[in-house]
Each structure stands twice: as structure tokens, then as C-alpha cells.
Ligand binder design. Structure first.
Ligand SMILES: [Zn+2]
Length: 260
């Protein structure tokens, strides 16, 4: 990855402009310093929540011939709905023949949506950080292992999960480790969450290859809506973006509206 300057949101337009300029300058130096030698070099698009600056940054970065392009500057303080609007807008500016890498997102439900917008690669602290805090992802939403109801629960975290933790350990044991502050709790929870993410990506890839991603997406959306209705909070009532190809109406701010 080339260096980038990633300001928080909200930031003043001047600060975002400065970040776009600096990111382009660093990208150019990076491109020159690391000639093609078989290792992929990615450029990062900035531009905050400003449509014009996103367009400028995408044009400058994609003109440099990088092997892939990253969408930076999301999940930096803005609402989930705005993150998604920024990704939807920016992904459409990146070439189809190179991988698109979304930095800093997100939940399993986010990832399924972001793949629909054309994102190929992800990295985020969320699965491992949540694991260390005792939040486990399952096919049915989030599970807080510290809850008293799991104190004598002999079932695995997720009965449909094939990870080594779910095959060997009960919720009761994992809760005990967490409550006792055992470091093993963090390791086992992390193993489970990473397995969940890897499995989700495997399923997404299979759905794309079978040309049934639309179905896969709709299935995830309806399950997320059902879980949110049950209080499981998977999608957290977030706005769902339009699939790839549909762009939000043109306006200066990516969030919509014409405000400065
Ligand atoms: Zn598991």
C-alpha cells in the first residue's frame, strides 16, 4: 500500500483537500520508488464525504497504474449509512479490472453489502477486537458470551460453525474463561470470529462463481432484518445501499443534500 493521509470525519473541506493532495503526492513517490517487480502495489483513494474530492482523488490515483485500488477514509467517525454511501460512490470510480480493497470495514453484514458494491478485499480490526471483548459473530447475529444465560449452556457458540472452538468447547466454558479473565478466552473467541469471516467470504465467492450473488445478498438482508426485529441487532437498522451500478443522486455531499 502507498501511504495515505486519512483525516477523521467530520473534517473541514480544507483538511480533506489537503489529505487528497498529500495522498496523491505520496502515491506518486511510492509508484516511482517501487517499480513493478511482481509485488502488487495499491494506491488509496481519499476524499472524505465530499463527492468532488472523491472524484478527483480517484482520477489521480487510478491514473498511476497501480495493481489495485483501495477505498480509504471510511469508518473514521461517520455514520454507517454515510460509510456505505461513500463506498458506493467511490467503488463506481475504480476500474473493474483491478482489485478494489475496502479499508476499515466492517461487520459480516457490511461485507456482504460491500461485495455487492464491487469490493473484493477487506481488512478490519472488528472481528478480532470484538472477539477480545467477548462479542462473537454467529449465523444468527451477535452473541455476548459474558451473559448469565450462557453460564451452564452446553451448546457451542454456533451449532452451524465448523471451527475448532465450536467443535470442542461449550458456551459455558467460553463464558467461564471470559469471566475469569483468561487469555485463552481471547484466543478462542478470535479463532471463532475469524473462522466465521473466512467462511462468509468462501460462501460469497461461491455465490459469485455460481452467478447467484443477488440471491445471496437478498437472503442475508432478510435474515439481518429478521434478527434486528428479534433484537439481535445484526444490521442495526442501517440503510441498505443500492447494488453495484446504481449511484446515489448527484450532489456535492455524498450523504445527499446540497449542504456545504
Ligand atoms: Zn465457531
Amino acid at each position: 500500500m502507498a501511504f495515505d493521509d486519512c483525516p477523521p470525519l467530520p473534517s473541514a473541506r480544507d483538511r480533506i483537500l489537503e489529505a487528497v493532495r498529500r495522498t496523491t503526492l505520496w502515491a506518486r513517490r511510492s509508484r516511482t520508488a517501487f517499480p513493478a517487480d511482481g509485488r502488487a502495489l495499491f494506491g488509496i483513494v481519499q476524499g472524505g464525504d465530499d463527492r468532488g474530492l472523491r472524484e478527483r482523488s480517484a482520477a489521480e490515483i487510478t491514473a498511476m497504474g497501480f495493481d489495485g485500488h483501495a477505498i480509504g477514509g471510511v469508518s473514521v467517525g461517520e455514520s454507517p449509512a454515510l460509510s456505505r454511501a461513500i463506498v458506493a460512490m467511490t467503488a463506481g470510480l475504480l476500474p473493474d479490472d483491478r482489485p478494489r480493497y475496502l479499508m476499515g470495514m466492517g461487520t459480516p453484514w457490511d461485507l456482504v453489502e460491500m461485495i455487492a458494491l464491487g469490493c473484493d478485499l477487506f481488512d478490519c480490526v472488528l472481528p478480532t477486537r470484538n472477539a477480545r471483548n467477548g462479542t462473537l459473530f454467529t449465523a444468527r447475529g451477535r452473541l455476548q458470551i459474558k451473559r448469565r444465560e450462557f453460564a451452564a449452556d452446553p451448546r457451542p457458540v454456533d451449532e452451524s460453525c465448523g471451527c475448532p472452538v465450536c467443535r470442542r468447547h461449550s458456551r459455558a466454558y467460553l463464558r467461564h474463561l471470559f469471566m475469569a479473565g483468561e487469555i485463552l478466552s481471547m484466543r478462542l473467541n478470535t479463532l471463532h470470529n475469524l473462522h466465521q469471516y473466512a467462511e462468509l467470504m468462501r460462501q460469497a465467492r461461491a455465490a459469485i462463481e455460481a452467478r447467484r450473488y443477488r440471491e445471496f445478498l437478498e437472503d442475508h438482508r432478510s435474515r439481518a432484518a429478521g434478527q434486528a426485529a428479534e433484537g439481535g441487532d445484526p444490521a442495526g437498522g442501517r440503510d441498505l445501499p443500492e447494488p453495484h451500478g446504481a449511484r446515489p443522486p448527484r450532489s456535492r455531499s455524498i450523504a445527499g443534500g446540497e449542504s456545504e
